[in-house]
Design a protein around this ligand. Structure first.
Ligand SMILES: *Cc1c(COP(=O)(O)O)cnc(C)c1O
Length: 382
């Protein structure tokens, strides 16, 4: 895709003097690799912010998912249930282990998997479930964990898009056996690239630390008891994370406000579009404000029009089970994912947006629909 200078970008991370200050500490101290004080500090502070006991930082969110699966012993012959409507990494991490991702459909109101959509996909080979809190909306974790317990399945949250989201006041990252976050540049908290696994189980945390660092025995240097990985986060990444973390709650507030302004300002187009609900008892982090078109046919025109007007947007994720690597193995249609995937448009959703900015973007969206409507009318008359 060609690089464009958008007037309104989809994502625009807040980076300032504390990031710079901590980064120069790393450089001044010569601690730019994965040893250094910021790594442990970020692990402690981020896991605490999730209400989890342990944090194991990694190089990115995909590493986090792979490390979680390996640590729980997922491997060849196993199946792991994942939503089809997600970023590809959720499924790929399962494939890396030699296990098979089995795709579940999502609930139309939340784009999350649920016991009802998971149930038809459970086979005797199923070993784990990865609920994805898509776009910042948390899944119904008490229900999913209850279901998992009944069926003896492990739960790994993919909370890459949902830092700080809550279900009944409990934060995501604290529900599953191991839970995974990404700190990619467009996520709610960023470290450039980066990721974290959180857990409340000390043994799992130890196992993750072992596997993350080449399987090196913590008590015997350069003695490798297992085949591990190099999935470590650098002190530089962690320094940025430590600088970002104090803003987590304020940034969630801001993203929720951005979402609510889109809803209000586009409310009069209720016959053409809608926004996803936030079920009672849940608190979305509203990572990406996403409008859903009632008629998906005009979506590409809308994306193009926004781009022409200097507004960056993007289509909702394509269903993973329809993509070439997974097409053969997937078990047939997932009607809701396939349908909703074609309706979603992600809008600029970062914390630097002002009310004026959102008004401008909504005016452009309104104009796009007016243009389509007048085109349709003139075609009907000719
Ligand atoms: C971003 C993301 C990931 C992967 O994170 P990376 O840090 O880019 O590897 C995984 N799952 C979901 C749902 C994501 O949005």
């Amino acid at each position: 895709m060609k690089q464009m200078d958008y007037r309104y970008r989809l994502a625009d991370p807040e980076l300032g003097s504390s990031e710079l200050g901590f980064l120069s500490k790393c450089i001044g101290e010569g601690m730019i690799s994965s040893q250094g004080r910021f790594v442990q500090q970020f692990e402690e502070e981020f896991s605490a912010a999730c209400g989890a006991q342990y944090g194991v930082s990694v190089a990115n969110g995909t590493c986090a998912l792979h490390l979680a699966l390996e640590t729980l012993g997922v491997g060849p012959g196993d199946e792991v249930i994942v939503p089809s409507l997600t970023f590809i990494a959720t499924a790929n991490a399962v494939t890396y282990t030699g296990a098979t991702p089995v795709f579940a459909d999502v609930e139309p109101g939340t784009l999350c998997i649920s016991p009802d959509t998971i149930r038809p996909r459970v086979s005797p080979k199923a070993k784990a479930i990865i609920p994805v809190h898509l776009l910042g909306q948390p899944c119904d974790m008490p229900a999913i964990c209850g279901f998992a317990k009944q069926h003896r399945l492990q739960v790994i949250e993919d909370a890459a898009e949902a830092h700080g989201a809550e279900v009944h006041g409990q934060r995501v990252g604290s529900f599953g056996a191991i839970n995974c976050f990404s700190f990619y540049g467009n996520k709610i908290i960023t470290t450039g690239e980066g990721g974290m696994c959180t857990t409340n189980d000390a043994a799992l945390a130890d196992r993750m630390r072992l596997l993350r660092g080449h399987g090196m025995d913590p008590n015997r240097r350069y003695w490798h008891s297992v085949i591990g990985f190099n999935y470590r986060m650098t002190n530089l990444q962690a320094a940025v994370g430590v600088a970002q973390l104090p803003y987590l709650n304020a940034w969630i507030e801001k993203r929720r406000w951005v979402f609510s302004r889109y809803c209000e300002l586009l409310g009069s187009l209720g016959n053409l579009l809608y926004f996803l609900e936030e079920p009672q008892g849940t608190r979305s982090a509203r990572w990406m404000s996403t409008l859903m078109l009632k008629d998906p046919h005009g979506r590409d025109n809308l994306l193009d029009y926004l781009s022409e007007q200097g507004i960056e947007s993007r289509p909702l994720f394509w269903p993973v089970h329809q993509m070439p690597p997974y097409k053969e193995s997937s078990k047939g249609a997932l009607a809701v994912s396939e349908d909703l995937s074609r309706r979603g448009v992600m809008l600029p959703s970062h914390t630097k947006l002002s009310d004026e900015d959102i008004k401008t973007i909504c005016n452009v969206i309104t104009a796009a629909f007016a243009k389509t409507e007048s085109l349709r009318r003139s075609q009907a008359h000719s």
